[in-house]
Every structure is written in structure tokens, then in C-alpha cells.
Design a protein around this ligand. Structure first.
Ligand code: 2AM
Ligand code: CA
Ligand code: CA
Ligand code: CA
Length: 268
């Protein structure tokens, strides 16, 4: 792909994500209309929908041949990665948005013929944009992020995971996860998958393990992690398929091997 085209798309996406985020900050104290989706804790608001529509409108006007895969249903029915595909989560961390009014993000991953080109994760309330262009490194606002530290031991690492997976469950061997939790220095759960990726890329956490993410949760995160020398796979180390829900493990390469081999055992 031509560098200039990629740069133009990046510039548009960056402007739109900053504008959408500013609007969310402006309306953060206004009343929310809250619906539930798959269960009583699965929340969605009018701002999730309006933010997604803001992106679909701008993308369709500017790039009519680009396709959009997004959470709230205003995108396209995307079943292949041909051409340009924007994978968008308008508000990642809706529960945080509703209850805490912070710790949520807008996430956009842009793929061309299946290859990730641009990743953007915007921490809205803190006005911090994590971004990457393929081959050009990852940035936190205007500061380039260094490569991940591969000398960390497990005992020195902070692992991001939902404590739910340490309880008895049908997806993963909980005894081994409990051993992992005891071994690492600490665990964290921030409630926004996109920000969890960003924190690992930034090096303030060292690995992110999730048993269920949708494409819009991880599409941008994997690209930003790639640019700091990280690796993202399914939880057991198998390659991810960006169009489908997935388990996810994102980490530096050294810890990745140690954790997937010794501590992650999926139940069949
Ligand atoms: P959301 O806020 O966009 O729904 C919460 O721990 C994280 O998991 C958030 O990133 C949240 O995204 C995501 N999430 C919530 N429900 C999910 C589901 N059923 N499948 C995958 N990811 C989910
Ligand atoms: Ca949701
Ligand atoms: Ca999400
Ligand atoms: Ca969302």
C-alpha cells in the first residue's frame, strides 16, 4: 500500500477519534439511556450507538469502498478481510463509562487485505491516544513507546486478567491459573480490553489474558503490541483469526512461551 494513502487514512482516523472522544467528555455528565444486551450486566447506551454512527458516517462519506466491522450493528456484514476493513469499538468498557465515567476507550484497527495497518486506542477521559502505523512504531500521544522489556521474570510481572477465570469455570484449567496468579507479582483488571492492551504495550503491565474477546476488543491492541515487539495469540498460543471472537494472550515473547506452555490449559 502507498505510504501516502496509509498516512491520509491515519490522519482522518486520528481526527475522528479525537473528535468523538471530545464529544464523550462534553456529555459525560448528561443522562444516559442504558439498555442491556446478552445479560443484565452487558450494558449499552445511546452514546455507544451514536459514537459508532459518527464513525460509520465519516468513513462511508470519505472512503465509500471501505468496510466496517463494529460492535453496535451500524457497520457492514464483514465476512472476509478483502480491501480495507475498519474494526471499531465505539466505547470499550461501557460498564466503566456508565458507572465510573472514566477508564473507557475508543478502539479502531484498520486492516488492508488482512494485514493490520493502523491501530488507535483512545483513553477518552485522560485524553491519551495510543497509536501505531505498521512498521513505524507505537506512540502514546507524541511519545514513541520503547520495545517491551524481555528480561522480566514471571515473579516481577504484572498480569492483566479477569479474576473470574481463577474460579471454577468451563473454559480453562483454573488450578493452573491460580498457580500463575500466585507466581506473578500482581494481577490487575481494568474493565476495558483495549486499554488493557495499551497498558501492556506501554509496559505498565506485562501480559494480558482473556478468555473471550470480540474482534473490536482486540483489533487495534494487537497492532500496537506488534509495534513494541509483543506477540498476541489465542490463550493457548494458537494464531488468532481477526474476524472471530477469541481467547487472547498478549505479552512479550519470553513470558508468552513460559505462560502458554506451563499455565494455560484450555478445557475441551
Ligand atoms: P465492551 O465494554 O465494549 O462491551 C470488560 O471486561 C471488557 O470485556 C470490555 O472490553 C468489554 O467490552 C468486553 N466485553 C464485555 N462483554 C463481552 C463479551 N460478551 N464478549 C467479549 N468481550 C466482552
Ligand atoms: Ca458491549
Ligand atoms: Ca469492547
Ligand atoms: Ca463496546
Amino acid at each position: 500500500m502507498k505510504d501516502q494513502l496509509r498516512q491520509d487514512i491515519y490522519n482522518h482516523a486520528k481526527n475522528w477519534i479525537l473528535e468523538a472522544g471530545k464529544h464523550l467528555r462534553d456529555v459525560i455528565d448528561e443522562p444516559l439511556y442504558i439498555d442491556t444486551k446478552s445479560n443484565p450486566n452487558d450494558l449499552v447506551t445511546q452514546m455507544d450507538r451514536e459514537t459508532e454512527q459518527f464513525f460509520t458516517k465519516h468513513i462511508k462519506e470519505t472512503y465509500p469502498d471501505h468496510r466496517i466491522l463494529s460492535e453496535e450493528g451500524f457497520g457492514d456484514d464483514v465476512t472476509s478481510l478483502e480491501g480495507f476493513v475498519w474494526i471499531i469499538d465505539p466505547i470499550d468498557g461501557t460498564m466503566n463509562f456508565v458507572h465510573q465515567k472514566k477508564h473507557f476507550a475508543i478502539s479502531i484497527g484498520i486492516y488492508h487485505e488482512g494485514i493490520g495497518q493502523i491501530g488507535l486506542i483512545y483513553n477518552v477521559m485522560e485524553d491519551i491516544l495510543y497509536s501505531s502505523i505498521k512498521g513505524q512504531g507505537a506512540y502514546k500521544n507524541n511519545k514513541r513507546l520503547p520495545k517491551l522489556d524481555t528480561n522480566l521474570t514471571l515473579e516481577e510481572s504484572i498480569l492483566v486478567l479477569n479474576s473470574f477465570w481463577a474460579c471454577e469455570n468451563s473454559r480453562i484449567n483454573e488450578t493452573k491459573i491460580q498457580q500463575l496468579i500466585k507466581k506473578v507479582r500482581g494481577t490487575r483488571s481494568y474493565g476495558s480490553a483495549a486499554l488493557e492492551f495499551a497498558y501492556v504495550a506501554e509496559g505498565i503491565a506485562d501480559g494480558y489474558l482473556s478468555m473471550q474477546l470480540a474482534p473490536w476488543d482486540y483489533a487495534a491492541g494487537v497492532l500496537i503490541m506488534d509495534e513494541v515487539g509483543g506477540i498476541t495469540t489465542k490463550a493457548d498460543g494458537a494464531p488468532i483469526d481477526i474476524l472471530h471472537d477469541s481467547t487472547i494472550f498478549s505479552c512479550n515473547r519470553e513470558l508468552h512461551d513460559e505462560i502458554t506452555v506451563n499455565y494455560v490449559e484450555l478445557k475441551q
